[in-house]
Design a protein around this ligand. Sequence first.
Ligand SMILES: NC(=O)c1ccc[n+]([C@@H]2O[C@H](COP(=O)([O-])OP(=O)(O)OC[C@H]3O[C@@H](n4cnc5c(N)ncnc54)[C@H](OP(=O)(O)O)[C@@H]3O)[C@@H](O)[C@H]2O)c1
Length: 323
Amino acid sequence: MKKRKLGKTGWSISEIGYGGWGIGRTWWGATDDRESLAALRAAWDAGVNFYDTAYVYGDGHSEELMGRALKGKKAVIATKIPPKNQGWPADPATQAREAFPPEWITACTERSLKKLDREVIDLTQFHVWTDAWLADDGWKEAVSRLKASGKIRAFGVSINDHQPDSALKLVASGLVDTVQVIFNIFDQAPTEKLFPLCRKHKVGVIVRVPFDEGGLTGTLTKETRFEKGDFRAQYFRGDNLAKTVDRVENLKKFLGKDTRTVADLALKFTLSFDAVSTVIPGMRSARHVAANTKAAGRRLPAKTLGALKKHAWDRNFYGWWDD
Ligand SMILES: NC(=O)c1ccc[n+]([C@@H]2O[C@H](COP(=O)([O-])OP(=O)(O)OC[C@H]3O[C@@H](n4cnc5c(N)ncnc54)[C@H](OP(=O)(O)O)[C@@H]3O)[C@@H](O)[C@H]2O)c1
C-alpha cells in the first residue's frame, strides 16, 4: 500500500483510507456488523492504516466497530465532534460557542475515546466548519488543552458539502493539521483554491465521497431502488439518479486495460493530485475493500485529467438537508 504524508503531522498514511459512515448502521439501510468487521479487517490486511469515523455514525456504533477491529493495531483513527446546536451545515450567522463550546469539545472527546476504546484520538475533526468562527478563542483553547493533555494528537475540520472555500482562512491560520473535503470527478472545485493553499501551509487533505455516494462506482442504473433507511433514496431523488447514470455513461470512454471500472477511475482521479493525503471510500464489504485498495500507487495521465475537467458537474444533491 502506497503511503503519503498527512500534512505537518508527518504521519505516513495509506493512500486508500477507510470511510466509516456506512458501517454506523444508520442512513445506509441494512448493514451487517459481521460484514463490516470483516471489511475493516480486510482493509488492515491490505495495508490501510487510516480510518475515518464520527460519533454521529450510529451514535458511536462506527467508532465501536473500528475500536474492536483495530484493537492493538497502530492504525491512525480520525473521528469527529458533532455541532452541539445540530447546525448542519455550519451557518456563518451562528457563533462558534453555539456549535463548539469548550466543555462540549472536551465531553465529546471523552465519549469518543470510550467508544473507540483507545487512550488517545489520533485526529479529532469538527464535523462542520465556517471561517466565521475563526476569531473565537474558546474552541482554540479547548483543542490546545486536549493536545497538551495527550487526549488528541492532531486537529482538523470537515468542510461543508460542496463549499471548499469555506475553510480557506482556517487553513491559512495554521490552526489545523487537516481538512476533510468532498472531491471527486463531479466536484473538482477544491483544486482551485483549497488544494494550493493546503500545500502551502502543509495541511493534510482527506478526500471524502470519492464515489459521489455510489454514483461514481458505475454500478447504479436508472432502475436502482434504494432500500428503506438508505438516505440515497433522497440523494438520488427525482431525476438525480437518471442524470447521474447518464453522466457516468459518458465516463466509460476513459476505461481501458489500466483502469477497468468507473470506481477505479474515480479513486485514481483523486489520487492524481499532490495535495491529497488520502481518499476514504465508504466500503462495507471485503469485496469492495479488495477492489478499492488496488487503486493505490496509481495516477491518471495528465491528458486524462485534462479531459476529465469537462466532466465536472456543479450541483448539490444534499440540498434537502442543507436547505
Ligand atoms: N460531513 C462529513 O464529514 C462526511 C460526509 C460524508 C462522508 N464522510 C466520510 O467519507 C466517507 C466516504 O463517503 P461515503 O461513504 O458517504 O460515500 P462514497 O465513498 O462516495 O460511496 C460509498 C458507496 O460506494 C460503494 N462502493 C464502495 N466501493 C465500491 C466498489 N469498488 N464498487 C461498487 N461500489 C462500491 C459503497 O458500497 P458498500 O458500502 O456497500 O461497500 C457505498 O455504497 C464516509 O464513509 C465518511 O467516512 C464524511
